[in-house]
Design a protein around this ligand. Structure first.
Ligand code: ASP
Length: 465
């Protein structure tokens, strides 16, 4: 097949053309045209991926857990997976904290710009008094909202603030099956439900379990087929998403975004540097230490998922692509990938945790507050927890940042300072989130003898493992 017919090259082309068109459209004021005639293609692509996210998690996780055949194996793989997920997230947060404390980007924001930034975005962030949540306010799963759909960011942020320390645990357990699977934002509940069902299926006689298992297995197979179909429009979807992101970020006044980028340059550099280190250094080291996977094969295999993550800013929407790539290009067994990846897309967000740590300290620095070692340790703990609770949708990370700011006593209105450039960083942190899930899936598969790297051939695999 000539290179230009390969999907990942077509997606890259879509991305480049999207950047060119988007920049031109922003400069020429074609925002309305882009919104009416270009954006819908990206929305269709993204909706297609989101459409299959819940059935995929449900189907693959139920069959994944049930195929582990006994609870000992489930707790072994589950324990390993969660342990490594938390470990990589702690490394990410620590990396973010070191960078932001060394670079001190908050000290570099010009005084005048500081006030201007706050004024420009203050209206969009939380005013706790005005948006005090009612007693029956939805839990955190409900407030993990798609920023594109958030009409009321203040209310969401205020609710995040009101949560008790164990609220996350309470919200994981759904009270109604259909309610939890009817909303993509309830992914943690879907994961819980699927695991519970899988465990139940292991414990009943095989002949009784067979029909239900067959149904979920069939569902998973169909969904995987649908991924291929939806990915056929990925190049156009990616073009459209990137073009509309650029025009909407630039708004009516492209000069404003240039000014904003200037003022927040060091903050962005700190986040991006951390994300690059986590993605290009930490994960390859992890792979080197705990699997036979060559880093080149890993990055080549996972690239299409990274591109989709970058353009959709949603690890949930990217999940179907991640699963396909990890199984087919990295050679992770379906048994491992169908358990580790849906869980990872929901609870493992290293990029988000790193970004939240940098953002929290940056806001404190900009407001002239100094944070002691106690506050920094609090950030590690809350960022790990907040990233677990962050939904795999665009813009969710900044909403959960409220919890961290609250925990260290920094005014949540400080979020106004960073709101303007959040989408750009969201795209990048989502790439790290997805890469982290794939790396852990590889490592877990290697430890379970369930990795057969296609590039290496069978004998080499056997020797290397
Ligand atoms: N967009 C991110 C994701 O889906 C979450 C975040 O906002 O950090 O992985």
């Amino acid at each position: 097949m000539p290179w230009y017919r390969k999907l990942h090259w077509q997606i890259i082309l879509g991305l480049i053309l999207g950047v060119i068109y988007g920049t031109l459209a922003a400069a020429r004021g074609w925002g309305a045209f882009t919104n009416d005639w270009i954006t819908p293609f990206g929305t269709v692509f993204m909706n297609g991926l989101r459409l299959i996210a819940v059935p995929l998690v449900l189907g693959s996780l139920i069959t994944g857990v049930a195929s582990l055949s006994d609870l000992k194996k489930l707790s072994r793989i589950g324990g390993k997976t969660i342990g490594i997920y938390i470990g990589t997230t702690v490394v990410a947060v620590t990396l973010g904290l070191v960078i932001v404390n060394v670079l001190r980007p908050g000290d570099r924001v010009p005084d005048g710009m500081r006030q201007e930034l706050a004024a420009m975005f203050l209206a969009q962030v939380s005013d706790p008094e005005a948006a005090a949540p009612a007693a029956n306010e939805p839990g955190p799963q409900q407030l993990m909202v798609d920023s594109a759909q958030v009409s009321d960011r203040e209310a969401a942020a205020a609710t995040a603030k009101e949560r008790g320390p164990l609220q996350l645990m309470v919200d994981i357990v759904p009270t109604n099956i259909f309610q939890s699977i009817s909303d993509n934002r309830n992914m943690l509940q879907v994961v819980f439900l699927a695991m519970l069902m899988g465990i139940g299926l292991i414990q009943i006689p095989p002949d009784k379990a067979k029909p239900l298992l067959g149904m979920f297995d069939g569902l998973t197979q169909v969904i995987i087929r649908l991924v291929d179909l939806i990915m056929k429009i990925a190049p156009i979807g990616v073009f459209s998403l990137i073009a509309s992101t650029i025009t909407s970020v630039a708004g009516d006044d492209p000069n404003q975004i240039v000014q904003l980028l200037g003022a927040l340059a060091f903050y962005m550099i700190a986040v991006i540097m951390g994300l690059l280190l986590q993605t290009l250094v930490v994960y390859p080291i992890l792979l080197k230490l705990m699997s036979p996977m060559p880093w080149k094969t890993f990055f080549k295999g996972i690239a299409p998922a990274q591109l989709v993550a970058f353009t959709t800013s949603s690890s949930g929407a990217t999940l179907p692509v991640t699963m396909e790539q990890v199984e087919e290009k990295l050679g992770v067994s379906e048994e491992v990938s169908s358990f580790v990846l849906p869980l990872g897309a929901t609870i493992n967000m290293d990029g988000t945790a790193l970004y939240q740590a940098v953002a929290a300290v940056f806001i404190a620095q900009t407001l002239g507050m100094s944070l002691g070692i106690g506050a920094q340790l609090t950030i590690v703990l809350t960022a790990v927890l907040a990233s677990i609770g962050t939904a795999a949708v665009p813009g969710a990370g900044i909403i959960m940042l409220v919890i961290i700011l609250e925990a260290i006593g920094v005014p949540t209105a400080g979020i106004a300072l960073i709101l303007g450039v959040d989408r750009i960083l969201d795209m990048m942190r989502t790439v790290t989130n997805v890469t982290g899930d794939a790396a852990v899936a590889t490592v877990v598969a290697a430890s379970e003898n369930a990795l057969s790297i296609p590039d290496l051939g069978e004998t080499a695999n056997r020797i290397r493992t």
